[in-house]
Ligand binder design. Structure first.
Ligand SMILES: [Zn+2]
Length: 68
């Protein structure tokens, strides 16, 4: 083998084009943004699971529980 002049690592995960060093691992800022948006959407798309630790429904003291 003698193609040491073309070290082509994995391509852009978004569009599959050769990645650009300054936008690793993407080929352009656009693809970087796409990935970022995906990531953000993924974060914000997470269904709101019980995170009501603020104030509100406080569990009434249940009878027969932690009582002497
Ligand atoms: Zn790309």
């Amino acid at each position: 083998m003698s193609d040491a002049a073309a070290p082509s690592p994995a391509p852009c995960p978004i569009c599959g084009k050769p990645r650009a060093p300054q936008f690793r691992p993407f080929c352009s800022k656009r693809c970087a943004d796409v990935d970022l948006n995906r990531w953000l959407k993924g974060v914000y798309a997470v269904p709101v699971t019980e995170t009501d630790d603020e104030d509100g429904e406080k569990v009434e003291d249940q009878p027969g529980r932690d009582r002497p």
